[in-house]
Design a protein around this ligand. Structure first.
Ligand code: HEC
Ligand code: HEC
Length: 346
């Protein structure tokens, strides 16, 4: 929905500045000040976001205009464009790979380019890597599959399929120019953890923030708004939203997402306390079952506690209800997608 397209020549100028400093090492403010142009682009992509600190690697991913202007092979351009299209309109696969109302860019704003909004290019330069969530080494396709299985409450496209090729090609192209396995910390990666606020997150205060700042778009019932099969405002809970195994069902992840991205168009305007409170409120609402469900919510919470659920409210009693204690999997007719089968090198 948000589009951060900038005039191509200016962006290319900025990219060159960043890439030049990349070649000289990683961009580090101590050695190489961000050019005014890059600083301006960052400020327009993520208004009010924390500035880069010395030693961090800053990368401004290319835009579709840059793609068109580039000398890449037309067939390669076509596949990258296709990846962008799937990323921004994932609903075209509703009932096939996607069983809720979200698009990839519902959570990775600006087509996955924006810092502090889970920009997707870092995955291309840091994977394969060990991932505690599934306790083995994941490649880019498996990382993409994870967001299909949990965030989209779906069934990932097969490894090696056209759709996987297009998505991974788009993500790798966004990382253009960044060294593989960089040592530096990546500026704005993921949804960087917010400091704890003065008070414990609180359901009632969260509900207040929700009513005042969120309900106008996402609805009193959290169901969002869709017209003619197109998601205008994505659902935050219920069958149309992410499931209990999604990264954003962890309160700290949602708190950071909200602080840096919501209300839409006014990022970084809530206080940290408001972000924690509203995240607690939203993540205390019901949603489709965790695909790792064993049939017993307490056992599932326990089994995935260390690596995941110690940060979620799943299986806990909030407002007199035990959360996640049901076998509702939303719109799909299966619990566990194929791609969640564990790998091993035994
Ligand atoms: C409901 C929100 C949500 C949706 C929708 C979503 N993701 Fe994610 N995604 C996340 C979260 C949360 C993370 C983990 C971020 C972190 O570690 O802080 C993540 C991480 C990623 C990463 C790794 C980024 C990194 O820094 O290594 C990739 C790649 C990715 N998602 C791709 C996708 C794709 C492709 C889709 C659509 C099929 C998608 N995501 C849909 C929430 C979402
Ligand atoms: C002006 C409308 C608007 C307001 C107000 C707003 N949002 Fe959103 N929100 C959106 C849109 C649109 C998206 C999807 C991003 C996109 O398409 O660019 C989104 C995405 C999200 C997502 C990720 C996708 C999903 O459905 O889970 C969460 C979580 C979220 N918003 C939470 C909040 C919270 C909490 C507030 C209040 C603090 C809030 N939003 C206020 C419009 C809004």
């Amino acid at each position: 929905m948000l589009d951060f397209r900038l005039p191509a020549p200016r962006l290319r100028h900025a990219l060159l500045a960043v890439l030049a400093s990349l070649l000289a090492g990683q961009v580090s403010l101590a050695q190489a000040e961000l050019s005014e142009e890059s600083a301006r682009i960052l400020a327009s992509m993520a208004p009010g976001a924390p500035a880069p600190i010395a030693g961090e690697l800053v990368h401004i991913p290319p835009t579709l205009e840059d793609l068109e202007a580039s000398s890449l092979h037309p067939e390669l351009k076509r596949v990258i464009r296709r990846g962008h299209d799937i990323f921004t309109n994932t609903q075209q696969y509703r009932g096939k790979y996607v069983y809720n109302e979200l698009n990839c860019d519902s959570c990775h704003l600006g087509a996955g380019r924006v810092p502090f909004s889970g920009p997707v290019w870092p995955a291309a330069v840091t994977l394969p890597d060990y991932r505690p969530k599934n306790d083995h080494v994941n490649n880019l396709e498996e990382r993409i599959a994870g967001c299909f299985s949990y965030s989209m409450n779906g069934q990932p496209p097969a490894y090696g399929s056209d759709e996987m090729l297009a998505l991974s090609n788009y993500i790798q192209w966004l990382a253009r120019g960044v060294p593989m396995y960089p040592d530096a910390k990546l500026y704005g990666r993921g949804y960087p953890r917010l400091a704890y606020a003065a008070e414990q997150p609180d359901y009632q205060r969260g509900e207040q923030v929700y009513q005042n700042q969120c309900a106008v778009c996402h609805g009193n019932d959290g169901a969002g708004l869709a017209t003619r099969g197109e998601t205008v405002f994505p659902p935050l809970w219920g069958d149309g939203s992410y499931n209990w195994g999604a990264g954003i069902s962890r309160v700290f992840t949602l708190a950071s997402f909200v602080k840096h991205n919501m209300p839409l168009g006014q990022p970084n305007t809530l206080s940290d306390q408001q972000a924690w409170d509203v995240a607690y409120y939203v993540d205390a609402q019901e949603r489709p079952q965790d695909p790792r469900y064993t049939g017993d919510v307490e056992q599932t919470r326990e089994r995935y506690g260390d690596t995941f659920h110690k940060h979620s409210l799943y299986g806990l009693e909030v407002q007199g209800r035990r959360l996640g204690d049901h076998d509702n999997v939303g719109e799909k007719d299966f619990l566990k997608p194929e791609a969640l089968r564990s790998r091993s090198f035994d």
